[in-house]
Design a protein around this ligand. Structure first.
Ligand SMILES: [Zn+2]
Length: 536
């Protein structure tokens, strides 16, 4: 457990509120992690209003300063992809996002632009205990000045048996903090990957202004397959990664490039409304992840990697059960609770970014690309604090296009209609194959009882004998993999045990770009390592 002791000015009205959200980042009941709240220096009453996210302290009116204390405790067992956004606290380390760790007086920062000053003292930890976070490394005293509330609360704090690796990128400090023993790669490989990625992306944005940046990488146990996740934060991003031989360094290349890209798209360049513009902040981040990796050949990944990733994104989008849902359905609730909605803005936005990139390069005869738009948006967010919304985005794009993008934008982003990619690829002179193998489970089930609700009669599942009404009692499914067999043990008519196996694949009319020289030369100029050219 961690004890947090805070002192702050009291409200002269006799009631001081602390804000602490019970629900955030898709997690509920965060108050389960808070114990033993008490006012230390005065007699007072402490009550909690979970719904409004307030700890309410009643105290004598004449009191100037309050000393308040609470204990943070992990409320779920272990660490997995499911618990990574909750406080992790055990004997050897802790890993907590700022908003789950620090209550803040609610009188601070009523306006989002208000800034606060916060002093942190890390006391009573063992000598060899590493203290590391978004604001510094190995500092027992930290003064964080002129910070916006949101910026402070979008941070990572870790401590314990972490190892830190320091790099220097054009005189700025970049630190990797990790723990545990990685099965698939050495600390050094990851530290080098971070350095290369940071250098490449800062060059792209022409932005080497950050003096301090850190990445945390936390291993978790996963028996089969691989899993990883990350989140972009103040001066940092935090990752949690499955630690087994199925987790490859190429997956880390993707993860690091995606999360670092959020340092600009999402962090500096902000959405006007979170989920409403995720097609931009997640989709364009995704697109620039592929483009940046291929342009800089990070870990030797090149144009073929770019083509593979664009193809995968197209397949993922076109096979999504919510592929054509309007943007208005990408709400907080849908996004965080439904896997399909959760991924939709990534796929939709990335495909849109790819097509826009091609359009701009075609209209400008290769003089401009989507890169110019990203630079313009970055500049507007710094100079004018401009937030991204559809109207602003269209305005910037239209500066580079012959035709108004508005109706294309409305059809494919706001209304969610799929883009006719074969037409587009013809237009841009790209070679493609009109159909492809896609992942197809072939049946629908009740997600709680695992009873089969429907089986597609044209699917491999049906051919293998699966029928509506079957009760699944054991299963092995590699989601998204067309080369891995699905194995099911089912019970039919209460006592008939049947084993069913099949490849979860079907042919679908989804265009896929061809690998190789033709498309490479249209998408990337092999003579120029620093710039990606489409259609010279
Ligand atoms: Zn992201």
């Amino acid at each position: 457990m961690l004890k947090v002791n805070m002192s702050f000015e009291a409200d002269s009205g006799g009631i001081t509120k602390l804000s602490f959200q019970n629900e955030a980042w898709g997690e509920k009941d965060i108050y389960n992690c808070i114990k033993d709240m008490q006012l230390l220096n005065e007699k007072g009453n402490v009550t909690v209003n979970k719904d409004s996210g307030w700890v309410i302290i009643e105290h004598p009116k004449e009191v100037r300063l309050l000393d308040f204390e609470y204990t943070l405790k992990q409320d779920r067992k272990g660490l997995s992809s499911k618990t990574r956004y909750r406080p992790i606290i055990n004997e050897t380390y802790f890993h907590i996002f700022s908003h789950n760790m620090f209550m803040l007086p609610s009188y601070l920062g009523p306006n989002p632009d208000d800034v606060l000053n916060i002093e942190l003292r890390w006391e009573d930890f063992p000598d060899d205990y590493v203290i590391h976070n978004s604001f510094g490394s190995q500092k027992k005293y930290q003064l964080i000045e002129n910070i916006e509330k949101e910026e402070f609360h979008t941070a990572i704090f870790v401590g314990g048996d972490f190892r830190t690796f320091k790099n220097n990128v054009k005189n700025n400090e970049v630190i990797l903090a990790t723990r545990g023993k990685w099965v698939s790669y050495a600390d050094k490989d990851i530290s080098n990957l971070l350095k290369t990625t940071i250098e490449a992306q800062r060059d792209f944005w022409q932005d080497h202004t950050q003096k301090y940046f850190t990445v945390t990488m936390l291993p978790f146990f996963q028996e089969r397959g691989s899993g990883f996740g990350g989140t972009g934060l103040t001066n940092s991003f935090a990752t949690t990664v499955s630690n087994n031989k199925n987790t490859s360094i190429d997956q880390m290349v993707y993860l690091f490039n995606h999360e670092l890209m959020h340092n600009w798209i999402g962090n500096t360049i902000q959405n006007e409304n979170e989920e409403e513009q995720y097609w931009f902040s997640e989709g364009f981040t995704e697109y620039y992840t592929f483009k940046n990796i291929a342009t800089h050949k990070i870990n030797n990944l090149d144009a073929n990697y770019f083509v593979d990733e664009v193809n995968r994104t197209i397949r993922d989008l076109f096979t999504s059960p919510v592929a054509s849902s309007p943007n208005s359905e990408i709400t907080y609730d849908n996004y965080w609770s439904d896997r399909h909605y959760g991924k939709l803005p990534y796929y939709r936005g990335a495909v849109y970014a790819f097509i826009l990139d091609l359009k701009i390069q075609k209209d400008s005869n290769g003089k401009h690309s989507l890169d110019n738009i990203m630079q313009d948006i970055f500049k507007s967010s710094i100079d004018q604090n401009q937030k991204v919304n559809s109207a602003f985005f269209r305005k910037v794009v239209n500066k580079y296009l012959k035709e108004d993008i508005s109706s294309f934008h409305k059809t494919h982003i706001i209304d969610g209609e799929l883009i006719e990619l074969d037409k587009m690829f013809n237009q841009f002179g790209l070679e493609y194959i009109p159909d492809t193998d896609v992942f197809d489970l072939g049946f629908k089930e009740n997600s709680e009882t695992y009873k089969v609700l429907a089986v597609d009669s044209t699917s491999n599942a049906y051919k293998a004998g699966l029928r509506e009404g079957d009760q699944i009692v054991w299963r092995s499914i590699y989601y998204g993999r067309v080369d891995k067999q699905v194995d099911l043990n089912i019970i039919r008519n209460k006592d008939e045990k049947i084993d069913i196996s099949y490849l979860p694949v079907k042919r679908a009319l989804i265009p896929q770009l061809k690998r190789g020289i033709h498309n490479r030369d249209r998408l990337f100029n092999p003579n120029d390592d620093d710039k990606v050219h489409f259609l010279e």
